[in-house]
Design a protein around this ligand. Structure first.
Ligand code: HEC
Ligand code: HEC
Ligand code: HEC
Ligand code: HEC
Ligand code: HEC
Length: 500
């Protein structure tokens, strides 16, 4: 990749050959979980860190910073990064001072004739509105006093604010004006806005009708930032189908390390029996974190008939995974992950011991209760499972998953009255997922409340148009009622989703 552009001038640093410098800074300036503490300088980041992708609630759908995410994940999105610009082009690596003041920092490379004028920035020369960083690196405050400049060096996109509910630099200052106002000004000045990867990520996050096609396109588009593509791969994985399988297969073999990593983070959302074709190539990935996540996803029965070469890679990577979670065992996520691994391997006693440890350490941590209760379901020890869930209702912050699990518990006991109460609590919570709406709708239908079931499922479909289970449920309920027109409508929606 050559570090040049049409307006590239003066300072012409050597072409980017490796990411070493940026990754050195990123070791501390990235939002991440440390997987392996024994990092050596110069090792690829993904050998040691589990870097945050552009996920909720850390980033807005278009990749702008939302929570405290530091600089790396933003900078990876920028054209400047892709042209070989590094942190030290702006920051002196030792003093960390900026290399120049004000717009002079950018004028190291961008011609002032072109950008330091009202035609470009629309504001009085020298005013706040004419400062390059105020539009291209808007600041966001954390903890009230800690300003962070957005390091994705992006173009302000008020038009995306209208579509994706994202912030934009213009309205950050012009808070009394609408995004449409700013979008109109930019359209008049610069013409129609370009497509943006945020649109695909937004569709994926919200399960929109075009999600699969948009995510698939972004996942394999080498002109888009790797971190956006990796995020798309992770959002696409749960939509595994005959159409998406080849795309995911390509991701598992992509030369960009982040893409395979993105897929590896999402493999545990696939049914266990379908993970191996994607996990297998990732066992041979260059990045240790990716290999370890891939091994985790296929631990248990799936890994018992690997070819010899794969078996050795698998064992080494699984060992790495265990070490990384042991390193994080001071946090409930680490303990809970280890417990889940024990479950996959059929070691139920050790799994339960660790789930209980996670609960003792962090009584508010919902997943440990849900998983512990599920382990009792698996051994037909339903009474214990219910006790765990009832305990959880008194202590956890996020109650919706507990209500959902309790609802399913009562369904198994054939007590539909109690089941519906809990499933309703889950479905009506602000944290309701498409799955909660689907299960509540189906439960209503099977207890004879057909019209209420249709209301819930239609609401679910409107909020998550990409959810196939909801669509199939709507089709079968309407079919049973002989409502051919509705059946056709939802069948058309299914066809549109699978691109046909
Ligand atoms: C060993 C960890 C570590 C590494 C490696 C590291 N930094 Fe930092 N840096 C920090 C911490 C901690 C702070 C203070 C907290 C903050 O502002 O995020 C900081 C602050 C900064 C600041 C703000 C300084 C200020 O005056 O407010 C800049 C700029 C910065 N680092 C740039 C870099 C660059 C560029 C690199 C790579 C050449 C780098 N850092 C490597 C840990 C690190
Ligand atoms: C070391 C050189 C260098 C410096 C310093 C620099 N840039 Fe860039 N910038 C580039 C290169 C190279 C590109 C990519 C041009 C291309 O791909 O066409 C670029 C592209 C951009 C883009 C286009 C982004 C897009 O999505 O189209 C913006 C905006 C930008 N720079 C803003 C800034 C701002 C603001 C500063 C100062 C804070 C700055 N740059 C400092 C080299 C630099
Ligand atoms: C008031 C907001 C604002 C300010 C201030 C601003 N820009 Fe921009 N900049 C924009 C917008 C909007 C675009 C997109 C224009 C377009 O679509 O062609 C843009 C585009 C760019 C691009 C990409 C151009 C291309 O052809 O791809 C670069 C580089 C850039 N700006 C650099 C700068 C520099 C350097 C400064 C400071 C001297 C600056 N900008 C100040 C709003 C601003
Ligand atoms: C195009 C120039 C540019 C590049 C490249 C750049 N920064 Fe910055 N950085 C800035 C500016 C401007 C600020 C705001 C400084 C201020 O307001 O005092 C900043 C601020 C920071 C801060 C202080 C906290 C914050 O987020 O505002 C840190 C830390 C930092 N940069 C780290 C990095 C790292 C790490 C990289 C490489 C991954 C990097 N920067 C690349 C221009 C740049
Ligand atoms: C850092 C704050 C800031 C940012 C960012 C900013 N503006 Fe402004 N803008 C101002 C201020 C202050 C004025 C009034 C003084 C002036 O003209 O500079 C102004 C004036 C204007 C005006 C002319 C006066 C009016 O109200 O009709 C327009 C148009 C405008 N801005 C559009 C934009 C657009 C579009 C963007 C985003 C691309 C933007 N501004 C980004 C601060 C900002």
């Amino acid at each position: 990749m050559a570090r040049q552009s049409s307006d590239w001038q003066r300072h012409s640093p050597s072409p980017k050959t490796t990411d070493t410098e940026i990754e050195t800074c990123a070791f501390c300036h990235a939002r991440r979980t440390t997987a392996f503490p024994d990092a050596l300088p110069g090792q690829p980041l993904l050998d040691n860190l589990q870097v945050a992708l552009l996920t909720e609630p850390l980033y807005h759908a278009d990749g702008q910073i939302k929570d405290e995410v530091f600089e790396y994940g933003s900078f990876l999105q920028s054209k400047m990064y892709h042209s070989g610009v590094t942190c030290s082009d702006c920051h002196q690596p030792h003093s960390l001072k900026l290399r120049a003041e004000g717009n002079g920092l950018c004028a190291q490379c961008h011609l002032p004739d072109k950008y330091e004028n009202k035609t470009h920035h629309l504001h009085t020369q020298g005013s706040e509105g004419s400062q390059c960083v105020n539009c291209h690196m808007p600041a966001k405050n954390y903890m009230v006093v800690d300003p962070r400049r957005n390091h994705s060096l992006r173009i302000p996109r008020p038009d995306l604010s209208l579509k994706l509910d994202t912030p934009n630099a213009c309205n950050q200052c012009h808070a009394d004006k609408t995004a449409a106002w700013a979008a109109d000004i930019l359209q008049t000045q610069f013409g129609a806005p370009k497509p943006h990867y945020g649109e695909a990520l937004y569709a994926g996050r919200n399960g929109l009708g075009n999600a699969i096609a948009r995510l698939a396109e972004l996942t394999v588009d080498p002109t888009k930032p790797a971190i956006a593509r990796a995020t798309a791969a992770s959002l696409l994985a749960p939509y595994l189908s005959r159409e998406t399988a080849p795309i995911l297969q390509m991701s598992a073999n992509d030369p960009q390390p982040l893409i395979g990593y993105g897929l590896a983070t999402a493999l545990d959302q696939l049914p266990p029996a379908q993970r191996m074709p994607f996990a297998y190539p990732l066992l041979f990935d260059a990045s240790r974190v990716t290999r370890s996540l891939a091994a985790r996803s296929v631990a248990g029965p799936a890994s018992q008939s690997l070819p010899a070469e794969g078996q050795a890679r698998f064992e080494e990577a699984l060992d790495d995974y265990q070490r990384s979670q042991q390193f994080n065992a001071d946090r409930p996520e680490g303990l809970s992950n280890l417990a889940t691994l024990f479950m996959q391997q059929g070691d139920i006693d050790n799994a339960r011991r660790l789930y209980r440890l996670a609960i003792a350490q962090a009584p508010y941590y919902t997943p440990a209760y849900v998983n512990l209760a599920d382990s009792y379901r698996q051994t037909a020890n339903e009474g214990e499972g219910r006790k765990v869930l009832e305990d959880a209702l008194g202590t956890v912050r996020e109650k919706a998953p507990i209500h959902h699990a309790l609802g399913l518990w009562y369904v198994r006991q054939k007590n539909m009255t109690e089941a519906l109460k809990h499933l309703q609590d889950a479905a009506e919570s602000p944290a309701a997922t498409d799955q909660y709406l689907y299960v509540y709708g189906v439960a209503l239908n099977s207890s004879g409340q057909t019209s209420e079931a249709l209301r819930v499922l239609e609401d679910g479909h409107n909020r998550h148009p990409g959810n196939l289970s909801i669509l199939y449920a709507l089709i079968s309920i309407h079919q049973a009622a002989g409502q051919g027109e509705a059946v056709q409508k939802y069948e058309a929606a299914v066809r549109a989703l699978s691109g046909g």
